[in-house]
Ligand binder design. Structure first.
Ligand code: PRX
Length: 654
């Protein structure tokens, strides 16, 4: 970006400029058409009327999903437990697949897959349906039944949605683990939910290399006795280690299966999946989502926020291993009958313009990505998007972390050509779908996720549970929403404590936010000890536990530092065991150890050896103080610490 442009940005920010979507665009949106039909004159009226949750979500369900048996009640709220569409019989696989193959959507492309080497394969809804049925039948033949858990460890291949849908179809609960996570992380998650079957692939392509996921899956399964079988999808066909007792090739077990499989009729509130996410303790939380409400919530938010229509080409460039991919690559787009992109590889590989040339080639109309990805492209330079024709784009999106106004402006200018509104969507693994986000009719302020969506009630509370304006406070959700989590897997106590104990009957998001005088939300970051690295949540204590599990480490304190590209970077202060000599080699070894325990994404960027870490008298590590010291901020009163001298040690870390 030139100096001139930087100046433009500062002027723009000082003016607090609002970007108003053009009238022409507003008129054509799904939301505006719906408002016209219901005699609703403007956004404020829509937001107000939609606070009648039973009416609003009942209407949405009518338009989006098909029940086997209708519900008795839209909402049963017994805080903190909810039932949406209580009494309905349902299966999300029906809306994602079965209903389409009865119509001409059968031959519509559901997924355009592009492999990193450049191979492209298009999957129609009909083809997807058949492959899901075959795998569902194969799972049944292995004894997988309704309620059983299946662990899935696959990268960005269409076989991942196929595996998820095959589970949903037979009523099994899937637990997908991000393919960038380590064998240990996969094994821990398999063990927590006692998965009966696991699914992986031989290899996948990443930055020109073949990554052997099968090998990692083997390492995991060695320590996961509940897993009876490992199904292996063949991506490259290269040789892999094989366990005759447990391993099964995907193509072999599906080959002779019938192409039809009856969809299990579930209670709308039965579980669809578990997805683990980091919390403030070392043990990840198993977030549970159910079929019915989740289907309505994800599909509704996608159709209004990203305004998807029949001929759109939708690219949510997240990984399916995270909630963004679960909701907005798999379930919502399929329910809406959308065509989506699935890309296997690294963003700027082999050329920096890879993404932009894919947009040109596949005529992508809506792109949804993270601020980290935008900043990385910004660093590479605007000459790369400028080489490609991006005229097909009409809307852009952002998720995962606050978007800094510089990145917002760059995205708007060089990707959207100042024609595409940017939907900055705030949500979480727990929420299942967007809760605070603009609609394409909403005036935008760069850096703000704007307002709670229709049918959502959010506030910023001070410590006394009073709504506050223009000051940082607790982001809370006041009423239930359809995609809300259904507790934590086998841990109701933690569920109630983490989310519902601070304010009565109110969901605590764990984020700090400010609400301005126009009611716009400015989410600033986590309020708790959870890091946000490149839009991904990692618990400080998770990294600390990984470090302490190394035989040479006595103690560790992990903090996040502001980082130009990733939002936050991980810094660890490590106390070594007696007699262990600090060295650069040991730093490397510890980094790799964390990579092995959790995954590459959690490896500390910096490690400093110290004699002690500051602690309270009760032994709690004072991360806030360590962070302030490490980034040169005011440390405040340290007289109550058990070891105040350790604070100075932080700046002397070696
Ligand atoms: O801190 C918020 C941040 O990401 C957290 C949720 O992380 P996760 O469950 O991994 O889901 C990420 C994708 C939905 C939130 O608590 N976050 C997410 N979106 C935004 C955001 N922070 C600011 N602005 C956003 N748009």
């Amino acid at each position: 970006m030139s100096n001139e442009e930087k100046k433009d940005i500062s002027v723009l920010l000082e003016e607090n400029r609002v970007f108003k979507p053009p009238e022409e665009l507003i008129k054509q949106t799904n939301v505006k058409k719906w408002m016209d039909k219901h005699g609703i004159k403007d956004l404020d009226e829509l937001l107000e009327k939609s606070q009648d949750l039973e009416w609003f979500w009942g209407e949405m369900a009518k338009e989006l999903v098909e029940w086997y048996k209708p519900y008795d009640k839209v909402l049963e709220w017994d805080p903190p437990y909810v039932k949406w569409f209580a009494g309905a019989e349902y299966n999300i696989a029906h809306d994602a697949l079965d209903k389409h193959v009865r119509t001409e959507r059968k031959d519509k492309v559901a997924y355009i897959f592009e492999g990193e080497p450049g191979d492209v394969k298009k999957w129609t809804y009909g083809e997807l349906y058949t492959e899901v049925n075959k795998l569902a039948n194969a799972l049944k033949s292995l004894g997988v039944k309704k309620g059983d858990r299946v662990g899935i460890y696959l990268p960005m291949h269409v076989e991942l949605p196929i595996a998820m849908l095959a589970c949903a179809k037979i009523g099994a609960i899937h637990s997908v683990v991000f393919s960038g996570f380590s064998a240990t992380a996969f094994s821990d998650r398999l063990n927590d939910c006692k998965a009966k079957v696991a699914i992986t692939c031989d290899f996948f392509y990443r930055r020109g290399k073949k990554v052997s996921l099968k090998k990692q899956a083997d390492d995991a399964i060695k320590n996961s006795p509940s897993v009876e079988h490992l199904i292996v999808y063949k991506r490259t066909g290269d040789e892999v280690p094989w366990n005759e007792e447990k391993d099964l090739w995907w193509d072999e077990i599906t080959k002779n299966q019938p192409a039809e499989c009856e969809t299990e009729k579930m209670d709308a509130n039965d579980l669809l999946y578990i997805l683990y996410t980091s919390g403030t303790t070392g043990k990840p939380k198993g977030i549970q989502h159910a079929h019915g409400g989740y289907a309505v919530g994800t599909a509704q938010t996608l159709r209004w926020v990203f305004d998807l229509k029949e001929d759109d080409i939708w690219w949510c460039a997240a990984d399916i291993g995270w909630v963004t991919g679960h909701s907005y690559i798999v379930y919502a787009p399929l329910i809406l009958g959308t065509t989506s992109i699935i890309y296997e590889g690294a963003p700027a590989f082999p050329e920096p313009e890879r993404w932009w040339s894919m947009i040109e080639k596949h005529k992508v109309t809506v792109l949804y990505t993270s601020p980290t990805a935008i900043r990385a492209h910004m660093k590479l330079g605007e000459e790369y998007p400028q080489k490609c024709n991006l005229d097909s784009l009409r809307l852009l999106g952002s998720v995962g972390e606050p978007i800094n106004p510089e990145a917002w402006i760059w995205y708007h200018k060089y990707i959207g050509k100042e024609q595409c509104p940017i939907m900055d969507t705030w949500w979480q693994t727990e929420t299942g779908h967007f809760l605070i986000s603009p609609l394409p009719i909403t005036p935008l302020k760069p850096g703000s996720a704007t307002k709670p969506l229709p049918g959502i009630a959010a506030e910023v509370y001070n410590e006394e549970a009073e709504p506050i304006t223009n000051a940082g406070g607790n982001l809370v959700i006041l009423k239930p929403w359809p995609g809300m989590l259904r507790g934590l897997y086998k841990d109701p106590e933690r569920y109630e404590n983490v989310y519902w104990s601070k304010f009565p009957n109110t969901y605590l998001a764990g984020d700090v936010s400010r609400k301005d005088e126009d009611g716009y939300f400015w989410v600033q970051g986590r309020a708790d000890d959870v890091l946000n690295v490149a839009g991904h949540r990692i618990g400080n204590s998770e990294v600390e536990s990984a470090l302490v599990s190394h035989p040479k480490v006595a103690e560790a304190a992990v903090i996040g530092k502001p980082h130009e590209l990733k939002g936050e970077s991980i810094t660890a202060f490590v106390v070594l065991k007696k007699g262990v000599e600090p060295s650069d080699d040991l730093k490397k070894e510890l980094r790799e150890h964390v990579g092995k325990e959790i995954g590459k994404i959690a490896r500390p960027d910096e490690i400093g050896f110290v004699n002690d870490v500051p602690k309270t008298r009760s032994g709690k590590i004072m991360r806030r103080i360590i962070r302030a010291k490490a980034i040169g901020e005011k440390v405040g009163d340290i007289s109550t610490l058990a070891n105040p001298e350790a604070v100075e040690g932080i700046s002397e870390a070696k």
